[in-house]
Design a protein around this ligand. Structure first.
Ligand code: ACM
Length: 538
C-alpha cells in the first residue's frame, strides 16, 4: 500500500501557513511561531554533527496522519526502536503512527527502520537515512544504528515534536541522505548517586536525555564515603546502614536489586550500557561504617556526610576484604549485562602505594573471574593493568607520564579531563551550583579540545572514548543535574561521536543553540550560556 505521507504533510503545512503565525497554546507549554516554523530543520543542526550529509534542496517528507512506521521483519529489536519512535511522536502529533513489519526492502512510504542495505561504513552503531517526499528510510547493520538514526530524525523535526501534548504541526523533515557513525566506541556520562541519592525515575530521565545525543554508556558511581547505593544480599548493611545518609546529612537511599535491574533495562531500551562503579580501596567510609570487620582495627567509623576525600581505605591486608569484594562484585556482575565493572581506585591517599598496587592487581583478578572487564580511574595505572583493563583519565593537565606509558603498553583510555569534562564544575564564578577545583568550564572550553590528541603521548588509537562525569556533592534534584549537564554534555557527546573534521566552534554554537527550543519543550532545565546564541523563545 502506498500512503502519501509526503502529500498529507504538505497539506498540513499549507494549513499551518494559512492559520497564521500567532502563538498557539496546546497543553502546558505554548509553542512560539519560531517553533511552529515550517522551514525544515537543516541536517547541519543535528548534535552531534553527522558524519556525511547530502541535502536535497526543495524536498521534504511530512509526517502525517497516515504515516506508518515499518520495521525490519522478524527483528524484535527493530520493532522496539519503532515502538520507541512512535511513543515519542504520538503525543505531540496526535497521529496513530502504527508500527508494523515492513513488507520489502525498498519501502515507498512511511518511516522505515531496516536492518538491510546499510553501508559497511555505518558499522555497529551508525546508520544511513534517506528522506524523500514519499518516505524516510533508516538502514543500519545493528539495532543500535536504528536507534541512533531515530535520535537524528527526532532532531530534524520541529521542537514541538518533543511535546507530551498534541501540537498543530506541521512535521516536515528535510530531504536528502545522511550517513553517520561514531568516532569512538565509548561515549559515556557518569552520575554520582553516592554523594546524593537519586530515585530510579531521575536516573531514567537522565538516560532519556543523554540518549538524544548518542551517549552509549552510563557509569553509575554507586558507592563512596557518604553512601552505599546498591543492595548486596550477602552484605545487607551496606545499603541499609551505609545508604542511610548523604552529603549534608539527608536521608540518602539505595537501589534494590530490582531497582538496579529496572535502570539496566531502561538503559538497554535506549541502547545504553550501564557501567557500575564500586569505588575502592579509598572512598569507602560508607562500607567501613557498615561492617566493623572490614576495618584494620575492627572498629566501624561513624557515617560521613562531609565532602573531604582521601581519608578512608579498605583494609588491604585482611583476607576478609577480598571475600567481601568477591561477593559484592559477584552480585553486581550477575545483575549487569554490560562488559564493564568500574573499581574506582582514585584518591587512595590513605593506602600505602605498594599496598595499593597489590590490592588493585588482586581486585582485577576478582573482576575478571566474574567475567567482566575492569575500568578504573587512571590512578590504577600505578598497579599493573590487565591487558583488557581500561583507565579513565581525570587529570587537570595534558601530561601524565604514568598514563602515557600505560597507553604505550596497550591500556585503553577513557578521556574525562576534569578541567574539560566534569559537569559539576561551575560555568563561571557566578554559577551557584557546583565546584571549581578543576576549572570553570563554559561550553566553549567543554567543546574546545580533541580527545584523540589531548593527552601527551596518548593518540587516537589508545582512546576508547570520552565520558562526562557529574559529581553531586552540591546537586540534589533533577533540575540541578540538568542545569549542570546541559549544554555541556552535548559538547562532550559531539567530541565522542562526530569526525574531528566537523569540529568548528562557531557551527557547534549554532547547532547547540538550536537545541534550546527543544529543551524548553522537554521541560529540561538548561544553562543559557552567553557563549551560545539561543533562538527567541528558548
Ligand atoms: C575523581 O574525580 N576523584 C575521579
Amino acid at each position: 500500500m502506498k500512503v502519501y505521507g509526503g502529500r498529507r504533510g504538505l497539506a498540513s503545512l499549507l494549513l499551518a501557513l494559512s492559520t497564521g503565525l500567532a502563538t498557539v497554546g496546546y497543553g502546558a507549554l505554548s509553542i512560539t511561531p519560531a517553533e511552529a516554523a515550517v522551514t525544515p530543520v537543516p541536517f547541519s543542526s543535528v548534535v552531534p554533527a553527522v558524519a556525511v550529509s547530502t541535502p536535497t534542496s526543495g524536498v521534504t517528507y511530512g509526517i502525517g496522519a497516515a504515516t506508518t512506521i515499518y520495521t525490519e521483519p522478524g527483528s524484535t529489536a527493530a520493532a522496539s526502536v519503532g515502538g520507541y519512535l512512535a511513543g515519542l511522536l504520538r503525543p505531540s502529533t496526535g497521529y496513530p503512527l502504527p508500527v508494523t513489519a515492513a513488507s520489502g526492502s525498498s519501502p515507498s512510504d512511511g518511516i522505515s527502520l531496516l536492518l538491510s542495505g546499510a553501508p559497511s561504513s555505518a558499522g555497529n552503531e551508525g546508520y544511513q537515512m534517506d528522506v524523500t517526499a514519499d518516505a524516510i528510510v533508516i538502514r543500519a547493520n545493528r539495532p543500535a544504528g536504528l536507534f541512533a538514526g531515530v535520535q537524528t530524525l527526532r532532531q530534524l523535526l520541529p521542537a514541538a515534536a518533543e511535546s507530551t501534548t498534541a501540537q498543530p504541526g506541521p512535521w516536515p523533515v528535510a530531504g536528502g541522505r545522511i550517513v553517520d557513525y561514531p568516532r569512538f566506541a565509548y561515549r559515556g556520562a557518569m552520575l554520582d548517586v553516592a554523594r546524593h541519592f537519586f530515585p530510579v525515575s531521575t536516573v531514567e530521565r537522565y538516560i532519556d536525555e543523554i540518549a538524544l545525543y548518542k551517549i552509549n554508556h552510563l557509569h553509575l558511581h554507586l558507592s563512596d564515603d557518604q553512601g552505599w547505593r546498591i543492595a548486596v544480599n550477602s552484605w545487607p548493611d551496606l545499603a541499609v546502614h551505609g545508604g542511610s545518609t548523604a552529603v549534608g546529612g539527608g536521608a540518602g537511599g539505595y537501589y534494590t536489586q530490582a531497582d538496579y535491574q529496572q535502570i539496566v533495562d531502561h538503559a538497554a531500551s535506549r541502547h545504553i550500557t550501564i557501567v557500575p562503579e564500586i569505588d575502592m580501596p579509598g572512598h569507602t567510609n560508607a562500607a567501613l561504617a557498615s561492617y566493623a570487620e572490614l576495618n584494620c582495627n575492627g572498629v566501624a567509623p561513624p557515617l560521613y556526610t562531609g565532602t573531604d576525600v582521601g581519608f578512608s581505605s579498605l583494609c588491604t591486608s585482611k583476607e576478609l576484604t577480598y571475600t567481601f569484594i568477591d561477593q559484592v562484585v559477584g552480585e553486581l556482575a550477575a545483575l549487569t549485562p554490560g562488559p564493564y565493572v568500574h573499581i574506582g581506585g582514585d584518591e587512595a591517599s590513605s593506602t600505602q602505594p605498594a599496598d595499593y598496587a597489590a590490592f588493585i592487581n588482586r581486585v582485577q583478578q576478582i573482576v575478571a573471574a566474574h567475567g567482566k572487564t575492569v575500568v578504573g580511574w587512571h590512578d590504577i595505572v600505578n598497579a599493573t593493568p590487565l591487558p583488557s583493563t581500561v583507565a579513565q583519565f581525570w587529570g587537570t593537565t595534558s601530561r601524565n607520564a604514568a598514563v602515557t606509558s600505560a597507553a604505550q603498553r596497550g591500556t585503553k583510555i577513557i578521556m574525562s579531563p576534569a578541567n574539560l569534562t566534569y559537569l559539576d564544575m561551575k560555568y563561571n564564578s557566578r554559577t551557584t551550583l557546583g565546584q571549581n577545583w578543576a576549572a570553570y568550564i563554559d561550553v566553549k572550553n567543554a567543546y574546545g579540545w580533541n580527545p584523540g590528541a589531548y593527552l601527551s603521548g596518548v593518540g587516537e588509537s589508545s582512546v576508547l572514548g570520552v565520558e562526562a562525569p557529574l559529581w553531586t556533592e552540591t546537586l540534589k534534584t533533577l533540575p540541578d543535574l540538568e542545569y549542570m549537564a546541559f549544554p555541556r554534555l552535548p559538547a562532550i557527546a559531539e567530541l565522542g561521536w562526530s569526525p574531528y573534521s566537523t569540529h568548528d566552534w562557531k557551527a557547534f554554537g549554532q547547532r547547540l543553540g538550536a537545541q534550546g527550543p527543544r529543551w524548553r519543550v522537554m521541560g529540561l532545565n538548561y544553562y543559557r550560556s552567553t557563549q551560545v546564541t539561543w533562538p527567541a523563545g528558548s
